[in-house]
Write a protein that binds this ligand. Sequence first.
Ligand code: EPU
Length: 340
Amino acid sequence: MRILDHHPLAELTTFGLPARAAHFAACTSEDEVKEALEWHHHRGGPLHILGGGSNVLLTGDLPGLVLRMEVSGIREIGRTEKGPLVQVGAGVGWHAFVMEALDRNWYGLENLSLIPGSTGAGPMQNIGAYGVELEERFHALEAVEIATGETHRFDHSDCAFGYRESVFKRALKGRYVITSVTFQLLDVPELRLDYGAIRQALEEAGVHDPTPRAVSDAVIGIRRSKLPDPAVLGNAGSFFKNPVVDADRHAALVARFPDMPHYPAPGGIKLAAGWLIDQAGWKGHDRGTHGVHDRQALVLVHKGGAQGAEILQLAQDVQADVLDRFGVKLEREVNVLPAP
Ligand code: EPU
């Protein structure tokens, strides 16, 4: 493992914004992770872990060490009566893993097709789409404690999963590097078609008796139609989380907007941030080098030549306007680095 200085990061993130790491290490094994952490302890300074770079907005150069997770490998390490336990290196691309699982007839991840990012980053924010969240197929993970260099195992109950949440974003933030994740997959498909758009896509494709592969294809089709391909247009998926509001706020909004989408959620009622931003007139908003995506208002896009700070400014303008119009505070889903 080599430590590189002044290393460019634009191509390692899906926003494609210009920024450099003062020091950079690509780690392809747990041992290399430990080696990089030793170097970091010796040198001091901040440490940032980079996976697929699909949930980060870089607003400037990063001091200290950026550790890029590149641990590979997908293997069946055991079985339960439901199906295989599959251990995946944290650096494996999430979608590549979902495709490999389908090829091997391991089911349960099809609704999570085409989510960008690495497998190791998945549990951090409990990635989810089309009615399924990662935690439903999660078995355990291994992570190296940054302070000690020791490997720890985390079972499901250790992870405190929630909507786009886990203990790794809260109590244990910045304390562990996830090196592998083990999933409990299924031999017998349990299709989840409850999300309206999936049924519609299957119908449009003329599929009456869907297989996991058909569901995956439908999800891929829906995502491609709404979400920009980062290879073409820089972005980090949903920039904000869908906000959860209390019954009073919800009632006040429904009185004004009877058609407003809303869903029951733990702790209140979840609103669609994309809908709020769209209603406020931001969809397709264009600032030349960057803007709001024209097919999904929850996605901010980098068209080329922008600085991260300008995209952060746009995000803040959207947040202020939504707060002003609807009294709803939007929380960022994307991590901003260096921390603002
Ligand atoms: N809507 C609008 N205008 C828009 C966008 C959305 O009116 O510009 C409305 C839609 O018509 C719909 C509602 O808002 O009634 C919700 O939209 P959608 O079903 O597209 O889902 P979302 O809430 O915008 C969430 C996730 C996505 C995930 C989809 C599908 C979050 C923050 N986002 O988006 O995840 O793919 O559901 O499950 O929870 C991501 O996290 O990066 C991501 C893309």
